[in-house]
Structure formats: C-alpha cells, structure tokens
Design a protein around this ligand. Structure first.
Ligand code: GLU
Length: 436
C-alpha cells in the first residue's frame, strides 16, 4: 500500500485560526494550544489542522424538568462531536455545575486524540448538563436524563455517537438513556451507550477500567524510573470512579496511599490510608474527610504533599502556574482529563517529573467501552479475564508507543501522545478526502 500523505500543498505555516464560538472557554483554548504545539512537531496539512481545531457538530439543548415540588426548571445540555472520521463518536456525559459549551468541546477533542492513541474505531465526543446532581432527587435526575436523551436523539446512535459515564453520571444514567432510546426505536439497543449495568449488556470490568489503566501506566513508569511499588507512595486527588479504583489498585500492588480527597475535603496519613476501610466508609454515605485514622488537610495541600506518584483524578486545570513548581512527586499520572494547564506544562518541563498524559493515562475507560460496544453488537460476551487481559495489552502497547516516540523525537510524553492521536485522525482525513 502506498504511503498516506499527511500534508499536501497547503502545508501549515502557522497554528490554527481561533473560532470565537468555543475559544472564549479557557479549557477549549487549552486544548487548542496543545493541538498547535503538536502541529509544530508533526507534518500536518493546514486545512486538516483547521478542521481538527473545531468540533464537527455541537448541539445545545434546553431541558425542562418537572421538579418534585411541582416547579419546572430548565437546564442546559450539550453534546459535542469533535470527529466522525474514524467511526461513531464516543465519549462521556458529565453532570456538573461548571459544564459549558467550551469545556465540553475541549473534552470532545481530547476524546478524539485518546481514541486515536488507542487505535479505536471512534471519533471523540462529550456531553454534559450544567447541574449539581447531588442537589436533585433520583426521580428528578431520571426525568432530566430521559428528556436530555430525547432532545439529542437525532444525533446519537450505535453507529453515530455512543455515550458513557463521566463525572456525576453512572451506570444507572446509562440505563435510562438506553431505555429511552430503545423505547423510541422500538427494540432494545444496548449498544447505544457503554458503561451500562451488567444485566443490560454492560461489560464486566468497565467500571474499574479507567482506574486499572491508570495503574498499569503508573507501574510501567515506575519500571522506567527504577522505582519499586512497595517503596512508593501515592496521592490521589478525587475519590470517584477513577480515583477510588486507582487507590485500590495501587494499594493492591503495594503502593502506600498517603493522601486523597474529594470535593468536600481531603485527608492525609503518612503511614498509609487503609483504602479498603475508606472505600467502605464512603460507601456507607459518610464524608471522606470524616474518615478516622487520618488528619484533615486542605484540598490544595494534596498537590504539595511529597509522594512518588500524584494522580489528579477529578476536574481539569488543577495543576496550574501557581502550584506547578510546588509539586513534590516523581510521576504525575493524569487520571482526569486536562488536569495540567499548558503554563504548568512549561514549568514542569525541566522538573524531572515523569508525566503520563491524560489521553494515555485515563484511556482504559474508553478502551473497555469499546470492548462493551463490540460485545453488544456481536451479542457475544467476554469473561472478566479476557477484558482485563486485553485492556492491559492495549494500555501497555500504547504506553510504549508514546514512550518510544517521546525518546526518539525528544518530545514530552504529552506532545508524543497527542502526536500519535492527532496524526491518526489527520491521516484518515487525508485518505478520505474532502467532500464534495
Ligand atoms: N468519560 C470517560 C472518558 O473521559 C469514558 C468515555 C467512554 O467510555 O466513552 O474517557
């Protein structure tokens, strides 16, 4: 087969032109800055770069919901599909008060690069609703979810766009989306979402997949740095689906968890936090910060606590120019999407901290989502061992591809990772050509 040209006559000589619809968002500007940095080191056609710097499609919807007290409240929801080049678009749905169009668009772009690095047949997408789910009853969340699904029905589907859980959403949210979609089309369609409950066609090990993938990357980075897990410590910011599983998996591998925190507060115990006991404590509905056998610290102190591995596993832009030089870790493993700002990246460049970038580090989630989608389409289910073994295989392959490229081209791990993802999509766009 002939080589695919990634550039053509209009070779780029300057970064992309900003689009005002999205670029008033600091998170979207950050995603674009990263893309421009990649365009500096790979040979990418300027037209293709311009196409990749904006989402393919963005839908904003108003979602009226009848609240328990009889009032009607209107929420704003988003679904942004960054790329439809490689297959259906794929990505989570986030319920959080700070959700806005620019943030969702940035997260959708990162999903494209993430799927590209993992070589999954998906483009990137993300959705969200500006809401604090903790302030709503279960019935209100169900009505909100079903009405949102109805509002975006024309742009989702197993061959068009497949949602999954993200911050503030879970298996139950996916079950309601699956049910609403299935009721509309007249037959059960589990493959319209991933991260579903097992009994509805969910994949064993999906819930743990992101945290497991983060752990595989950390253990691999430790090998590189000649660090022993049993002599290492970790600080994990976030104790949700990603953070809690990362804590459990790291602890299982002998790493001592010395501090962790969630949106309500943070705790530290330099002798090691009993993760199993903390998991039970939180499962009982108690606040993480009230866990006995640990001192309460300010959430900002998580970032400056000395440790081997720091895992931001919550929101974006938490490592920034004001705290980047105060980090006291050897490895920064990005469980969250976009936790490190480009300014912080520059400050960290010569710090000796080994960064496992988000698009690689947290890609375990979407990888097992891909497994789930494949199983649902084939109606042939895998065992948990098969899932975990394939996840490990794909994560390690991606880790070493990124690491090798970083070494060979003397790039940061982030730029190397993004280059692989961006280049895959760019090649596909060039090969498909521009219609009409
Ligand atoms: N929300 C997750 C992410 O940011 C998973 C997306 C998916 O499984 O489609 O990667």
């Amino acid at each position: 087969m002939s080589a695919v040209p990634v550039s053509s006559a209009n070779h780029h000589d300057f970064p992309h032109t900003p689009n005002p619809v999205f670029e008033n968002s600091p998170t979207f500007r950050m995603a674009c800055r990263q893309l421009d940095a990649v365009a500096e080191v790979i040979d990418v056609d300027k037209g293709v770069l311009q196409r990749m710097s904006v989402p393919k499609r963005a839908l904003v919807v108003s979602i009226p919901v009848r609240m328990d007290d009889g009032r009607t409240e209107v929420f704003t929801g988003y679904r942004v599909q960054h790329s439809l080049t490689s297959g259906p678009s794929k990505g989570g749905l986030r319920y959080h008060p700070s959700v806005d169009l620019g943030e969702v668009a940035a997260l959708a772009m990162w999903m494209s690069w993430k799927c590209g690095i993992m070589n999954l047949p998906f483009g990137g997408a993300k959705g969200g609703i500006g809401v604090d789910p903790a302030a709503l009853s279960r019935g209100e969340i169900e009505r909100l979810t079903r009405r949102f699904t109805e509002e975006v029905l024309n742009v989702i589907g197993p061959r068009m766009d497949v949602m999954a859980p993200d911050l503030g959403t879970d298996e139950q949210t996916m079950a309601w989306i699956m049910d609403t979609y299935s009721m509309k089309i007249g037959y059960a369609c589990p493959e319209v979402v991933t991260g579903k409950p097992i009994e509805l066609g969910g994949c064993v090990g999906r819930r743990e997949a992101t945290g497991r993938g983060v752990t595989y990357c950390i253990l691999e980075a430790m090998k590189e740095l000649n660090l022993r897990p049993s002599e290492s410590t970790a600080v994990v910011q976030g104790f949700g689906n990603v953070g809690s599983v990362a804590c459990q998996e790291l602890a299982r591998n002998g790493v001592k968890i010395v501090a962790t925190g969630d949106r309500y507060g943070a705790i530290r115990n330099l002798k090691g936090i009993d993760v199993a006991a903390l998991t039970r404590h939180v499962a009982e509905g108690k606040l993480l910060k009230d866990f006995p056998n640990a001192e309460e610290i300010s959430p900002a102190d998580l970032f400056t606590t000395p440790c081997t591995v720091l895992v931001p596993a919550a929101l974006e832009r938490v490592v920034h120019k004001d705290n980047a030089t105060k980090l006291r870790c050897r490895i920064l493993a990005e469980g969250a999407n976009g936790p490190t700002t480009p300014e912080a990246d520059e400050l960290l460049a010569d710090s000796g901290i080994f960064i496992v970038p988000d698009v690689l580090c947290n890609a375990g989630g979407v990888t097992v989502s891909y497994f789930e989608w494949v199983q649902d389409i084939q109606q042939f289910l895998w065992t948990e061992d098969e899932v975990n073994q394939r996840l490990k295989e794909l994560m390690l392959r991606a880790f070493h591809q990124v690491r090798t490229l970083a070494r060979e081209r003397k790039l940061s791990m982030r730029t190397a990772g993004l280059s692989l993802g961006v280049q895959k999509i760019a090649k596909e766009k060039m090969r498909r050509g521009l219609y009409p």
